[in-house]
Design a protein around this ligand. Structure first.
Ligand code: ATP
Ligand code: MG
Length: 497
């Protein structure tokens, strides 16, 4: 890595200020006027160079979080793992991060001490406690470290700003650095380009411009070290390759194949966020195929992967891909697909298969569905922390499928006016198209829907949806609820308003 970055002057790159959010430009200028270095960084620069519309605009600066807070009244500091500044505008939040450094850079002066924490879990037993010696004063305009890290009580050691597990996984990194250090601690070369408003040039420390031109996703530095530090980067590699239509560079790809099992060590909560990005950005099907091909899907969703590998009436192995094609079509048409719809489309038949098994063992239908959803959640959560509210929504969608059969009397209108109707109908639309079953029913409901447009005030607002608690039932089945005195039973078929 050279000390001197490649500078691509304004005349040699296509980024025009008019494509950048005005709020981001304002933040860049304010930081500059306050005497700080500030660049547009990350996916925003990458997407602008590719002629794509950026999802968000991130800024990196040499101003410390507390300094940023003083410059912007509309600033909130967030994050425990990394301290970041969010600058709030009425329709947008601009994220501003202080330049950070990656401790694994051997050029950084480091002190290493082994800290064995008696209360730590087994994998944390041999934590290498490492704190950088990069002085805070390397940053122009920086103030003393006590302002940033708070006063340090003399009897207690300061918590480490950089912490790695004995296996080399980053547990905490909040070490400030120089712009170059900030570039090389990023994940991929194409994500490490900086754009400045002083001369409108692009600054490239890592060969990112070359890789953008070649269409390559290349990890910065040693791929094994970088994937071990943070296994989520492997999942991100696949996402960027699929969404940008790029290839994963050979060494990066090889390391990914060799180390994919480490994905199981990543935080399940973070993985849930990442999984949504994998499948909801309009290239979900392609991403899914790449995840299957590399074996990463099996690490993320072992049970579902095993189900996909079994062939039952020809569906399981094609189902998830077809569901994602459907989702891609919606996303590409500009429709927002909610996570519970995504998960229900992808995994609904898997849950239904479990429920059918329990029903055939004698369990009542609703109990069987509840137990199937609980089991599904227990299987998926250790790797991908799907929230319970998503599981509850999946249960509601699947349970409501039976209501489509009731086309007589007041039942259809009652169902139509329920808040869960739209989600359930989306599932019916997709499943009927894929299986060729219930097509007539779907057409009937479409007509019925058209013939009964919502009157103002008729719909039950989504917030009023009340989901019953989800519990695995014992063999005795569902507990009877005692009716509270004074509450009359609602008239059957009466629409809820
Ligand atoms: P998207 O278009 O999906 O937002 P992005 O590249 O902007 O893509 P973000 O998750 O918004 O991705 O992250 C912003 C930037 O932060 C990245 O471009 C990259 O430089 C850096 N980054 C994000 N996650 C990591 C990571 N796990 N390791 C190293 N750098 C990362
Ligand atoms: Mg981004």
């Amino acid at each position: 890595m050279s000390d001197q970055p490649v500078i691509i002057p304004r005349s040699d790159h296509p980024i025009s200020r008019k494509w950048i959010s005005q709020n981001a430009i304002r933040v860049l200028y304010r930081l500059k006027e306050s005497g700080h270095l500030a660049y547009l960084v990350g996916g925003g620069v990458r997407d602008l160079l590719l002629g794509r519309e950026p999802k968000d605009f991130d800024i990196a600066t040499d101003a410390k979080p507390n300094e940023i807070k003083k410059i912007f009244r509309n600033c909130r500091l967030i994050g425990r793992r990394f301290r970041l500044a969010h600058i709030h505008f009425h329709d947008e939040i601009i994220e501003v991060a202080t330049f950070r450094s990656n401790i694994t850079d051997e050029e950084s002066a480091v002190e290493t001490a082994v800290n064995v924490d008696a209360g730590a879990s087994a994998s944390m037993q041999a934590i290498a406690r490492t704190e950088t010696a990069v002085p805070d004063t390397v940053l122009p305009g920086s103030t003393n470290s006590a302002e940033v890290h708070g006063p340090v009580p003399s009897e207690r050691p300061r918590p480490p700003r950089m912490l790695k597990s004995g296996d080399g996984m980053i547990l905490r990194d909040n070490v400030f650095g120089t712009p170059e250090q900030d570039a090389i601690r990023r994940d991929f070369t194409v994500n490490a380009l900086f754009y400045g408003i002083v001369d409108y040039a692009v600054i490239d420390y890592v060969g990112g411009m070359d890789d953008l031109q070649k269409g390559l996703i290349r990890i910065i530095g040693d791929p094994v070290v970088r994937f071990t530090e943070d296994p989520v980067r492997m999942v991100r590699a696949v996402r960027f390759a699929a969404v940008l239509g790029f290839e994963i560079e050979a060494r990066t790809y090889e390391a990914l194949l060799d180390h994919k099992d480490k994905i199981a060590l990543a935080s399940p909560a973070r993985m849930y966020e990442e999984v949504q990005k994998l499948f909801l950005l309009g290239e979900g099907e392609k991403t899914f195929q790449m995840l299957r091909h590399t074996g990463m899907f099996g690490v993320l969703f072992p049970h579902i992967n095993a189900w996909i590998d079994t062939e039952e009436e020809g569906f399981p192995h094609t189902w998830v891909g077809k569901a994602l094609e459907w989702v891609d079509t919606c996303v590409q048409a500009g429709r927002k697909v909610q996570p519970h719809i995504l998960f229900c489309l992808m995994f609904g038949p898997y849950v239904e298969m479990k429920a059918a098994g329990l029903r055939s063992g004698g369990m009542a239908p609703l109990d069987a569905l509840d137990a199937a959803v609980v089991e599904f959640l227990a299987e998926i959560v250790p790797r991908v922390q799907v929230p319970r509210k998503v599981a509850l929504a999946i249960r509601e969608i699947l349970w409501n499928q039976g209501r489509f059969e009731k086309t007589q009397g007041k039942a259809p209108l009652y169902f139509l006016r329920r808040p869960g109707f739209a989600d359930a109908f989306e599932y019916l639309r997709f499943t009927s198209e894929l299986t060729g079953e219930r097509l007539e029913l779907r057409a009937w409901w479409k007509e019925f829907f058209k013939a009964h447009p919502l009157q103002p005030g008729e719909a039950v607002p989504a917030q009023e949806r009340k989901a019953a608690p989800l519990q695995a039932k014992g063999p005795e089945g569902r507990k009877r609820r005692r009716r509270r005195p004074g509450r009359s039973r609602p008239k059957p078929g009466a629409p809820k308003t």
